[in-house]
Design a protein around this ligand. Structure first.
Ligand code: SF4
Ligand code: SF4
Length: 269
C-alpha cells in the first residue's frame, strides 16, 4: 500500500475512499481559495517556473536535492496525481453524481489553445469545480464546465487513450479529489516535470505491466507507445522479447493496447 493509501485511504486505495470526494472538504475556506486560483496560480505560474527549472537542469545536470524534495512535498500537500488505467477510470466515473469536461489548463498554458481533455467529477451534491476561476481561459460558452453524461465521459476518455493519453487523478489540496486528466508527455506539466527535472508530482498506478514471453513476438510496438521509457528488450537464441522495468512503469496500460499478440497484462503492483 502506498503512502497516500496509508494516510488517506481508510484501509482502501485512497482514490476509492468516498471521504476524499466529500463536500465537507470543499467547504474548507483554504481549499476553496486554492481551487478558485488553481488555473492562474498552479498552472500558469507553474509553467513559467518549470521553464526556469528545465533551463537550470540543462546547465547543471540536475536540481539540487533540497529543491527537488521541497517541490515533491509541496505537490503531495496541494496537487498530487496518480496514474489510473482505464478500468479504474470506468469504476470511478460510474460512481460520480456529476461530470463536467473542462479545458486542459496545461495545454492552455503551453499555448496549445482550448483542448477539453480534463474532467471534474463530483461524488455528492457539492460541485467543487464551480469554484474555479475560469476567466484565464477567456470567454467560454458554458464557462468551460460542459456537463457530460457518465458513459459519454468514459467513451471520450477511451478515445483519448486510443490517441496516446495517460489517465491521471488529482487532488485539489490533498486529500480532496476532483479531477481526472488525460495527458501526454508533450501536453502535461506533471509529466514534463517528471521526465525533465525528475520531480515526482504523480505516483505510479496500483498496477504494473507484465509481459507473457510465451506470447511475445518481439515486435517492439509496446516500447514505441510507452511515454515513461519503461520497456526494453532481451534477446534469447535469436528471439526477441519485451522487458518491462517495473520501477519505470507507471501502469497506464498503453502498451497493453498496442500489443498485437495480447502478451501484456496489468497486474497488481
Ligand atoms: S510499460 Fe506500459 S503500462 Fe508501464 S508505463 Fe509504459 S506503457 Fe504504461
Ligand atoms: S507489443 Fe506485444 S508482442 Fe510486441 S514486443 Fe511488446 S509485448 Fe511483445
Amino acid at each position: 500500500m502506498c503512502e497516500f493509501c496509508t494516510k488517506h485511504g481508510d484501509g482502501q486505495v485512497w482514490y476509492k475512499n468516498a471521504k476524499n470526494f466529500s463536500g465537507d472538504l470543499v467547504s474548507d475556506l483554504r481549499r476553496r481559495g486554492y481551487i478558485e486560483r488553481f488555473v492562474k496560480d498552479t498552472i500558469q505560474e507553474g509553467f513559467v517556473t518549470l521553464g526556469r527549472l528545465e533551463a537550470l537542469v540543462q546547465k547543471k545536470g540536475a536540481l539540487p536535492d533540497r529543491v527537488r524534495v521541497g517541490m515533491q512535498e509541496k505537490a503531495r500537500q496541494e496537487h498530487f496525481g496518480q496514474v489510473l488505467p482505464m478500468e479504474e477510470i470506468r469504476e470511478l466515473v460510474r460512481k460520480a453524481e456529476t461530470v463536467v469536461r473542462m479545458p486542459c489548463a496545461c495545454r492552455w498554458a503551453m499555448g496549445k489553445g482550448e483542448v477539453r481533455a480534463c474532467y471534474g467529477i463530483s461524488i455528492g451534491p457539492e460541485q467543487w469545480y464551480r469554484h474555479i476561476d475560469m476567466s484565464s481561459f477567456g470567454p467560454l460558452p458554458d464557462e468551460g464546465l460542459e456537463s457530460v453524461d457518465r458513459e459519454e465521459a468514459i467513451r471520450q476518455m477511451e478515445h483519448l487513450e486510443e490517441h496516446g493519453a495517460v489517465h491521471t487523478i488529482w487532488t485539489m489540496m490533498t486529500p480532496f479529489i476532483g479531477a481526472i486528466c488525460n495527458c501526454t508527455l508533450d501536453d502535461c506539466l506533471a509529466m514534463r516535470t517528471l521526465s525533465g527535472i525528475k520531480v515526482e508530482t504523480m505516483a505510479r498506478a496500483e498496477f504494473v505491466a507484465a509481459v507473457d514471453e510465451e506470447q511475445c513476438i518481439g515486435c517492439g510496438q509496446c516500447a514505441a507507445q510507452c511515454q515513461f521509457k519503461a520497456i526494453g528488450e532481451r534477446e534469447d537464441s535469436g528471439s526477441h522479447y519485451a522487458v518491462i522495468d517495473a520501477h519505470a512503469c507507471y501502469g497506464c496500460g498503453l502498451c497493453r493496447n498496442s500489443c498485437p499478440a495480447g502478451a501484456i497484462a496489468l497486474i497488481c503492483r
